[in-house]
Write a protein that binds this ligand. Structure first.
Ligand SMILES: *[C@@H]1O[C@H](CO)[C@@H](O)[C@H](O)[C@H]1NC(C)=O
Ligand SMILES: *[C@@H]1O[C@H](CO)[C@@H](O)[C@H](O)[C@H]1NC(C)=O
Ligand SMILES: *[C@@H]1O[C@H](CO)[C@@H](O)[C@H](O)[C@H]1NC(C)=O
Length: 498
């Protein structure tokens, strides 16, 4: 395993910030070089207003000869805030992003990084279905979305890792682990702030959904560690403030067994499965947990971990498949073919929108991308699966961030089966960190009730960690409950209590 990973890294062009040279501390003479940039040899592109609508402006930074940014103004979505699209080029890797300024005050509001999950799904789903300033309707028209998360923040949606959405690599390189993807994302975030200097020092939140539960803690850890190197080199660190995870797969171990609670107990909706199947599932759980613990957690044995996971999936996951319910929303049946539309036919409409030649031109999608848009890349998904990426412990990254003062929000729609609230509650309670006992002592309490209306969900907070449910939302909370989701993110950004 280790050997394979190292071999893969040797073949791929090095994409990390290491290639820019600040992995090692700078010598004093190098730092003198920095001063000279500050003396006016180079002015970062601070003013987004000046960008062209019709073509990319390419920005480079003398300190990072292997990195550049292609960016344009793109008038799409709704006109309530400035929007930009482009690529951050990291050597031969090109990462596509959409950037929306805040509808409120771009000059003071926080900055949010958003990624969808998969692994391999495009963040255009988050943009056009969930939390962006506009949504695509069933008939393919674009309408403004009043509860967009850019109501009070500047936000970018990133297609990552390379191979996803409109991101690409010149020589077809792929990324197959979260740790490798993290290097590109940390470089991406740094280059963004370095070029768009008006956002420098702004509170920065990294957010994601679903597989984002694995991505985001690892990405934020990379940004945190990169900050130390930036400071050493005399550069401005990113003001990493919090992470936000919606219906995440942060802990496969607790998630694997909690599907039982979802389909066989009234944890969410009344039980949907026959008693005989439920009894069988219940008997399997201890064996499944024992095997996973021994082969994936206590030690990582790739062959045994894979076998354990196949066994648990077969025994605990397959029965649900035969019910016809939507795994992302247990309160309803799957609409359409799950492999094609993820049970949400609107994903196909979004794909058709992004296939229109004029839309691609407007967004500045690289002309080398000629294939039809796919919401999720099978190639990327397969690569992550081959590396057993999902079965790595991500909890420890969350604990490490909390210990360093980074706030953590875990929010969960209660109707989601696949990354359900029961498993998420269990791992947040089981996580070992200095705030564990104080966090565990808190009772879940209702939040968000207004003028006698029922609460939005339940919450538990201590020492920078907040666990929150959104009642009646599925896997994609902002899709199902846009008002409640905006309330959630606004409270979080303003550091109000739940
Ligand atoms: C498309 O759908 C939107 C919202 O559902 C509606 O307002 C609009 O009139 C529809 N447009 C057409 C051309 O049917
Ligand atoms: C980071 O953001 C917080 C909140 O606005 C602010 O108080 C702090 O000074 C910022 N830190 C840096 C290094 O800019
Ligand atoms: C791309 O989509 C169009 C329209 O849906 C379809 O006709 C075409 O066959 C697709 N091309 C490929 C290569 O799948």
């Amino acid at each position: 395993m280790r050997f394979l990973r190292l071999a893969a890294q040797a073949i791929l062009p090095v994409a990390s910030v290491a290639s820019a040279g600040f992995q090692r501390p700078f010598s004093q003479s190098a730092l003198n070089g920095w001063d000279s940039y500050d003396e006016g040899l180079f002015t970062p592109f601070g003013n987004l207003e000046l960008l062209s609508e019709n073509q990319f402006t390419t920005l480079s930074h003398p300190a990072f000869p292997k990195h550049s940014v292609r960016i344009k103004k793109s008038s799409f979505c709704d006109g309530t805030a400035q929007s930009y699209t482009g690529y951050i080029d990291i050597q031969a890797r090109h990462i596509f992003f959409y950037f929306f300024e805040s509808r409120n005050d771009p000059d003071t509001d926080d900055v949010i990084f958003w990624t969808n999950g998969g692994p391999g799904c495009s963040s255009s789903l988050g943009l056009f279905m969930e939390l962006g300033p506009c949504r695509i309707t069933n008939n393919g028209t674009v309408v403004s979305h009043p509860e967009s998360w850019n109501s009070n923040s500047n936000i970018f949606f990133v297609d990552q890792p390379i191979g996803v959405g409109f991101s690409y690599a010149d020589y077809g390189e792929t990324v197959g682990t979260t740790e490798d993807a993290a290097k590109d994302m940390a470089a991406f975030a740094f280059i963004f702030f370095e070029h768009f200097s008006k956002f420098k020092g702004r509170p920065f939140h990294m957010a994601g959904e679903s597989y984002g539960g694995r991505y985001i803690p690892v990405f934020a850890a990379e940004v945190y560690d990169q900050n130390a190197r930036l400071v050493e080199a005399g550069l401005t660190p990113l003001n990493l403030t919090s992470i936000m995870i919606g219906n995440g797969i942060t802990d496969f171990y607790h998630q694997a067994s909690s599907v039982f609670d979802m389909q066989c107990t009234p944890a969410s909706v009344p039980p949907i499965m026959d008693i005989a199947s439920c009894v069988q599932m219940k008997q399997i759980i201890p064996r499944c947990q024992k095997w996973l613990k021994e082969s994936c957690l206590d030690v990582f044995d790739s062959i045994n971990c894979r076998a354990a996971m196949d066994f648990c999936d077969e025994q605990l996951g397959t029965p649900f498949g035969s019910t016809g319910y939507n795994p992302y929303d247990i309160s309803r049946k799957c609409e359409g073919d799950i492999a094609e539309t993820l049970c949400y036919p609107i994903t196909r409409v979004i794909g058709s929108y992004l296939d229109q030649p004029d839309v691609r031109t407007l967004l500045g999608v690289d002309p080398s991308l000629t294939a039809n848009f796919s919401s999720c890349s099978n190639e990327v998904g397969t690569a992550f699966d081959q590396n057993l990426d999902e079965y790595r412990s991500t909890q420890n990254f969350v604990a490490a961030l909390l210990e360093r003062g980074i706030r953590v929000l875990i929010y969960v729609g209660t109707y989601d089966w696949i990354c359900n609230w029961v498993g998420n509650e269990r791992w947040t309670l089981a996580m070992e960190w200095s705030g564990q006992s104080e966090f565990a002592q808190q009772k879940l309490k209702p939040w968000g009730a207004k003028d006698g209306s029922s609460p939005i969900g339940l919450s538990r907070s201590a020492k920078g960690l907040t666990f929150v449910t959104v009642e009646g939302a599925g896997h994609m909370v902002p899709y199902d409950k846009p008002k409640e989701a905006l309330e959630l993110v606004q409270r979080w950004l303003s550091e109000k209590e739940f």
